[in-house]
Write a protein that binds this ligand. Structure first.
Ligand code: PLP
Length: 543
């Protein structure tokens, strides 16, 4: 790498990447642990052979070193700042703008991972990553990815990867059983929930029998407006899916939620009736089990009869909370799904499976197939009528061997082990929520059904101030508290808006998170609050 060599000599992590001195020591701890790698890799710079792949000796050597590197990384990730401490463009400025004409020694490439890439990472594997939906990989999942990269199967047809095709069927059936979903569901793996849900809506649209596959939607005067219904709290991916499928944003209606952020079923029914009276064709309802802002759970069981009455497809976006159903006492999160048409769940969110792996469970695989199957001559096989081929059920032709990592995760931890970890995350979330509730400086802003806590700082002292003014002040204060905590590098939180109030979100879902980390973030929050509300603070809540 052109720029690399001089900089390596100057500084392991170039200064511009790390403007905050306090992290220096922590960084060096990780660096010194990985110095074994440097020692091993430095003496013999070897270039790639003129033809063919890396020599088997080098593959073994670097392979072993990299596994050690990963082990050190996971052991010490806690000592790194959770949020990447770089400014936009910093990494790009350190990378050559053109590719190397000649191959470079693997040792140099690995050094640059340490030197350039690691400092530019936000560490999702850090046990104090509490932002968005905190999710994490796990050792068996990492091994699954490694093997999958080695096999490099493109599982488009059964014969291009019988192992991937059949292992996917079996593993998804195990997961279905673990979640307590009934046997009427067949699973298929996609990359993300955004894509799983889009495929579900495409299958629902195929079921409307308007020859959309054959004739499309544009330029057709015979086509009514087709509509999908979601709650105001549904994930933006559903809207994107609707846009992608050519249904247009007009083809989506957002239904208000109740005081606990669940879809208002009466409002749903009224909206459908009103649309029908206006000649619109309601064809799909998307319920969310575990909304992104608060993890609220739409009342699927009450939505089912509405869907059935109007012959609509009911899709459940359980990307986050579906995994909780593997815990026997939490199985009720999927209540009602026994009569839904499809359910999306993301093992890459809360089942310790490395990104990416999303599952769509569907009762009408025939419709999904009708929407997407297209088999040109060069993909025809003698066994095609007897087997399942993944490419028949989606946009993609080639498909990664994702089932392998999920199979390894489920086998290694077992149903009980996975349930125990999710149960513990829920316990930690409830514990944190109990501290919030007990402290007059803080308040909960949503129920805590699973591993997510929505809260804000609300120190007393604004008596008599109108609500809007108070809320505006608290928004400023809470944003400052969040940025203050995040800037320490010791924890990462994210936010949302609930009832127009800036709300802090603490999501617990990382396999390495323990009570110690939750206590630590609570202390950090209180330190920041004290700092910002002390009389000397220039940025107190008067904003
Ligand atoms: N649905 C819900 C409820 C989510 O919370 C998210 C992401 O957080 C998604 C869908 C999108 O997930 P993905 O990144 O797998 O597309």
């Amino acid at each position: 790498m052109g720029i690399g060599n001089e900089l390596i000599c100057l500084s392991y992590y170039p200064l511009p990447l790390f403007p905050f001195a306090p992290f220096g020591l922590r960084r060096w701890k990780l660096v010194s642990r990985s110095s074994r790698l440097r020692r091993m890799t430095e003496p013999q710079p070897k270039l790639s052979p003129p033809l063919g792949d890396m020599s088997k000796e080098d593959f073994r050597r670097f392979g072993h070193e990299l596994i050690d590197w990963v082990a050190d990384y996971l052991e010490n990730v806690e000592d790194l700042p959770v949020l990447a401490q770089i400014e936009p463009g910093d990494l790009k400025a350190l990378l050559p703008s053109s590719p190397p004409a000649k191959g470079e020694p693997m040792a140099e490439i690995i050094k640059d991972v340490d030197r350039l890439i690691v400092p530019a990472l936000t560490h999702w594997s850090h046990p104090s990553f509490f932002a968005y939906f905190a999710t994490s990989t796990s050792a068996p999942g990492i091994f699954g990815e490694l093997l999958s990269a080695a096999f490099d199967n493109k599982a488009m047809l059964w014969r291009t990867s019988p192992a991937s095709t059949e292992l996917e069927e079996v593993t998804l059936d195990w997961l279905r059983q673990m979640m307590g979903l009934d046997a009427g569901y067949t699973g298929i793996i996609y990359d993300t929930a955004s894509v799983s849900s889009m495929h579900a809506i495409a299958a629902a649209r195929e079921g409307v029998e308007l020859r959309i596959r054959e004739e499309g939607m544009s330029g057709r005067s015979d086509l009514p407006l087709l509509r999908v219904y979601i709650s105001e709290q549904a994930h933006s991916s559903i809207e994107k899916g609707v846009i992608t499928l050519g249904l247009g944003q007009r083809g989506l209606r957002k239904i208000p939620t109740d005081s606990e952020f669940r879809m208002d079923v009466r409002a749903l029914e009224a909206a459908i009736e009103e649309d029908k009276a206006n000649g619109i064709v309601p064809f799909c309802i998307v319920a969310t089990v575990g909304t992104t802002s608060t993890s609220s759970i739409d009342p699927v069981a009450e939505m089912i009869p509405i869907g059935e009455k109007h012959a609509m497809w009911l899709h459940v976006d359980a990307a986050y909370a579906g995994s909780a159903a593997v815990v026997p006492e939490l199985r009720q999160v999927l209540k009602g799904c026994e009569r839904a048409d499809s359910v999306a769940v993301n093992p890459h969110k809360w089942l310790f499976t490395p990104f990416d792996l999303s599952v769509l469970y569907c009762r009408h695989m025939d419709l999904l197939r009708r929407a997407f199957s297209l088999v040109p001559e060069y993909l025809r096989t003698p066994e095609q009528e007897k087997v399942r081929s993944g490419s028949d059920y989606g946009v993609q032709l080639g498909r990664r061997f994702r089932a392998l990592k999920l199979w390894m995760v489920i086998r290694y931890f077992g149903h009980d082990g996975l349930a125990a970890r999710i149960r513990e995350h829920c316990r930690l979330a409830k514990l944190f929520a109990s501290w919030v509730e007990a402290d007059p400086n803080w308040e909960l802003l949503a129920p805590v059904p699973l591993g997510l806590v929505c809260f804000r700082a609300c120190p007393p002292g604004d008596d008599g101030v109108p609500d809007e003014v108070r809320n505006a002040r608290l928004d400023v204060l809470n944003e400052a508290v969040m940025h203050g905590v995040n800037a320490t590098g010791k924890a990462l939180l994210s936010h949302t808006k609930l009832n127009d109030k800036l709300t802090l979100r603490l999501s617990i879902g990382n396999i390495r998170t323990t009570e110690k980390h939750v206590r630590q973030v609570w202390e950090l929050l209180n330190e920041q609050l004290k700092l910002l509300t002390s009389p000397k603070s220039g940025s107190d809540r008067t904003g």
